[in-house]
Structure formats: structure tokens, C-alpha cells
Design a protein. Structure first.
Length: 397
């Protein structure tokens, strides 16, 4: 991992390993400030850029990242110290200077500026995730729409272990909100639907995520205290990055903090660019990332979309003798039956057609996925046809 301070607007990120640029003629209206050649070394997974996020973002080129994950200041507006009523001990809150803004107008101005830069840095088909609380997320959402982002989902992160409301004057604040959006309405953004469905036990992933706060060994400590007040759990970043990026993609985090985005990106075979102004947080992230490596080989970190997999006709199973002509197929309960013909069609009591057509007919349904509906008996057990299809697919790879 490398920590650098960029020289100017013309730094260019490539999709793989290193990022270089040479200064060219300045275009009318551009904000280019630097000159010469600048290289960002991404060979070990990513880079941390030290400085104010707006200045650093302005030094990076248009359409250079695939995804932005942002955990910006929440502008919590805490006016008094919060104490636990049972023992009057102080509750760790966010009182740092980076979360302090003199007014909503100042916060909105800052939000508009960094989101504008984020949109410029995203590739045309890139997407952005931003997380916040009720203090700021509605203002952020309005700004996103004003700038031309296209909101895809708002995701509720429901915490399994939220901090109690110690004063008993409000509901326990048990969630945060993530907004996922495409760069614009016409973006062909990436969504790894099958990966999300697999994570959720073969059910469509919902927009309410039940995940714990960052605790235990994952919580970074300094002198026995939280090293960063708003460290996010890796499980949250795992889901967001896996959902909307591919291997080798570049993920930008303009508020890098303790480096959670970089750690998860690196584990999943993605590259990261982190921006952070606090040298203590950078040192923390540097130490953390030095011990992080990619989880496994590339093929274990990607889920091909079903529509991109080789098509396997049912007739191939018949040709290979996996399902023999004359065999009887049933649904998983044995209520419906059909026999297999040598040409790969099925015939029921009163209908002949493909595995899908006959499956729909016997159920009196408008459509049917025959691979999931029909079963073949093997050693006294019913085995769904899709198992055999997947075995043939594996042979083709």
C-alpha cells in the first residue's frame, strides 16, 4: 500500500495495477493545477491519498473509478455531553472537528461539492453508496437528485446491537440508511443479483439488512479505546462491494478513516483509493491493510450471472444418457408425472412439449422453469434436474 499526496488534476487511474498520466493541453474550463507525471501504485491493492477530500478529489481525472463508497460526516449537532444514567459514565460520541459544521447551509455546500466531484470521478456506468443517519441522510439524498444521480435503492442497515437511548426521551436509534445510486438515469450499472441471492439463502436480497455493529476483535482500539468513533463493520462493506463491482474494479472512499473499505475491497480482489486527512487514521489504516490479503483465487470471488453461463439444452442430458428415454420425471412431491422422449421433449397424459411447457401445462400455470420443477429418481431420492445441468456446465469451463 502506498501513501501519497497527489500533485494535480491530471493523475489518472488505470483499471489494473498502476495509474499514470502525463499532462496535456489544458481544456477550457478545466481545473487542472498540476504538471508532470504522477503514478499511483495499486500493485498491492490500493493507495491512500493524504489531504482534504475536496482538494484530493479535484486532483483525480474524470471517469476513473467504478464505485464510490462514502461515509461522510453526519453533522450530528451534539450540544451536550451524553452520560449513562446508571453510573454517569460518558458515552463515546462523535465530537471530532471533522463532524462540526457551523450551519446546515455550510453542510449542504460541502455535500454538494464532494458529491459533485464523486460524480465526475465515476465511470459512466459506475455507482455510488453513501451512508448516513437521520441527521444528514435526507439532505444528502436531495443533493444526490439535484446533481443528476439516479437513486436505485435506499437500504436500511438494522443493527442487531444498537446503542440504547440513555435519556429515554426518544426511540432507540437502531438503524442507519444507505443510498445506492447510479451515476445517471441511463447508466448500465452493475448489480450482481445472483451473488446477493446466494448470500441470502437463495432468496432475493431485501433492502433491509440485519447486521451487527462493529465490535469484538474487528473493532480497532488505541490505548484501550475505540480508535475511530464510526468504524463500520466489514460485513456491511462486503455486501455493498460484492453487489455492485467486479474483480479488479476501483473503489473510491473519500472519507477513508480506519480503512474498512480498503480492507474489504482488497479481500474481494478489488482495488481501492482512499482519501483521508488525519495522519493518525492513515497510520491506523496502513497498519490494518498491511495484514490484509485477497481471500482466495479470483474464481472464488465472483458469481457469474446466469444469463452469461453456457446454455444447456435438456436434450444434452438425454444424449449423454444422464436421463434416459422412457424415464419418468416428477415434481418434488410426486404429484405430477411426465415421460422423457428420445428427442428431449416430455409427454404427460395429455400434452407434449419441452420441460418448461409440460411443467406449465400440468400445473395450469402460465410459465414454468422445468429445470427447477422436474426431478429424476436416483437411488430412491428425487434429484432436481438443475443439478445435472450444473454438472454439464462445469465440464464446459
Amino acid at each position: 500500500m502506498t501513501i501519497v499526496t497527489p500533485m494535480g488534476r491530471d493523475t489518472k487511474l488505470k483499471d489494473k495495477n498502476t495509474a499514470t498520466t502525463k499532462t496535456g493541453p489544458r481544456k477550457k474550463g478545466s481545473a487542472s493545477k498540476g504538471a508532470g507525471v504522477k503514478t499511483l501504485d495499486l500493485k498491492d491493492g490500493g493507495v491512500i491519498l493524504q489531504g482534504e477530500c475536496l482538494k484530493i478529489m479535484a486532483s483525480l481525472p474524470d471517469a476513473s473509478v467504478d464505485m464510490v463508497f462514502a461515509d461522510p460526516p453526519y453533522n450530528l449537532q451534539l450540544s451536550a455531553e451524553l452520560l449513562r444514567p446508571n453510573n454517569q459514565s460518558r458515552v463515546d460520541g462523535v465530537k471530532d472537528d471533522w463532524d462540526q459544521f457551523e450551519s446546515f447551509r455550510a453542510y449542504d455546500k460541502f455535500t454538494t461539492a464532494w458529491l459533485g466531484e464523486a460524480r465526475r470521478l465515476l465511470k459512466p456506468d459506475g455507482s455510488l453508496w453513501v451512508i448516513g443517519s437521520y441527521h444528514n441522510i435526507f439532505r444528502v439524498g436531495a443533493t444526490l437528485q439535484d446533481l443528476g444521480f439516479w437513486i436505485l435503492n435506499d437500504v436500511i442497515w438494522r443493527k442487531t446491537n444498537p446503542m440504547p437511548n440513555f435519556r429515554g426521551r426518544r426511540f432507540t436509534n437502531a438503524h442507519e440508511t444507505l443510498i445506492w445510486c447510479a451515476r445517471d438515469k441511463d447508466s448500465r450499472y452493475q448489480f450482481n443479483y445472483e451473488a446477493m441471492k446466494n448470500l441470502n439463502d437463495d432468496l432475493q436480497m431485501r433492502s433491509d439488512w440485519l447486521l451487527p455493529l462493529c465490535t469484538g476483535p474487528e473493532r480497532l482500539k488505541k490505548d484501550g479505546k475505540k480508535a475511530h468513533p464510526t468504524q463500520k463493520p466489514e460485513s456491511l462493506l462486503h455486501r455493498a462491494i460484492l453487489a455492485s463491482t467486479g474483480l479488479g474494479d476501483v473503489v473510491l472512499d473519500p472519507f477513508f478513516g480506519s480503512g474498512t473499505t480498503g480492507a474489504v475491497a482488497k479481500k474481494l480482489g478489488r482495488q481501492y483509493v482512499g482519501i483521508e486527512r488525519d495522519p493518525e487514521y492513515i497510520a491506523l489504516a496502513h497498519q490494518r491493510l498491511a495484514h490484509v490479503s485477497q481471500f482466495a483465487e479470483d474464481e472464488m470471488l465472483t458469481t457469474p450471472a446466469k444469463r452469461s453461463e453456457p446454455r444447456i439444452p435438456f436434450g444434452w442430458l438425454v444424449e449423454r444418457g444422464i436421463v434416459k428415454p422412457g424415464a419418468t420425471l416428477t415434481d418434488h412431491r410426486g404429484r405430477h408425472q411426465a415421460r422423457v422422449r428420445a428427442d428431449g421433449t416430455l409427454i404427460s397424459a395429455d400434452f407434449k412439449g419441452s420441460i418448461h411447457q409440460v411443467g406449465a401445462h400440468v400445473q395450469k400455470a402460465p410459465a414454468c422453469n422445468g429445470w427447477q420443477f422436474w426431478h429424476k429418481e436416483e437411488k430412491g431420492q428425487r434429484v432436481v434436474l438443475d443439478v445435472y445441468r450444473q454438472k454439464l456446465r462445469a465440464e464446459l469451463h
